[in-house]
Write a protein that binds this ligand. Sequence first.
Ligand code: ZN
Length: 283
Amino acid sequence: MRIGPAGQEKPAVRLDDTTYIDVSDIASDFDERFFASGGPSLLTEAVAERRRVGAVTSFGDQRIGPPIARPHQILCIGLNYRDHAMETGQAVPDEPIVFNKAPNTLVGPNDTVYIPRGSTKPDWEVELGVVVGRRCRYLADEQEAAAAIAGYVLVNDVSERAFQLERGGQWVKGKSAETFNPCGPHLVTPDEVADVNNLDMWLDVNGVRRQKGSTATMLFGVTYLVHYLSQFMVLEPGDLINTGTPPGVGMGFNPPIWLRPGDVMALGIENLGTQRQVAAAAR
Ligand code: ZN
């Protein structure tokens, strides 16, 4: 995890719902250099020792930041759940649809989400995020891809549908507004997830369940995607890949449901924690 005010977060290791261990003297940040040097495994021994001597801190009311530093890139996979493709009226893709999201959209799991100026169709997307653990260039197969994954995070791929679909060009315009990528609360390493392709996921708006799904219904699985992407570009340690969303986004309802200022989004994925964001109008 990363804990503290925006821009001043300190690296930490979560113990349970109320306590963590500060590791900011071991890792300056959970960034490209940290992941490139095999960081997560280096923390294991230090955390065990600190736990033994009781060097444990309470969260209190401290802000939780995104669990990774701003990445070199955020990549997203579109229409990666069959039912979601159907609800948007778009064909199930033969190959993964890939688009970019501006890296500075990354915010903490409970930070305010700003509805951008001129927005008419702001929407939500609960997603499994994959964090890249090492430099990936032309990975040979899915086994190599699996070995290149640092961990998994909960993401809300907040979207502006009019910007995304009605303003021409690529989806990036509807995905890159400030605060559009709440992430966290924590990164879970692959050994802590029994089966990443079988995790329940959900999202509520104002207490009403809107999205309910499972990573089991992904069209293209996690290791397939990492291998696939590495054939087109070089992935760097600490990069984030948002792997797509299950049914129940606002644009899928008839009539559609769009976010309004004051709306509360609450979401979660089994094993990966929960988020809660209040929407507000960007000033
Ligand atoms: Zn998405």
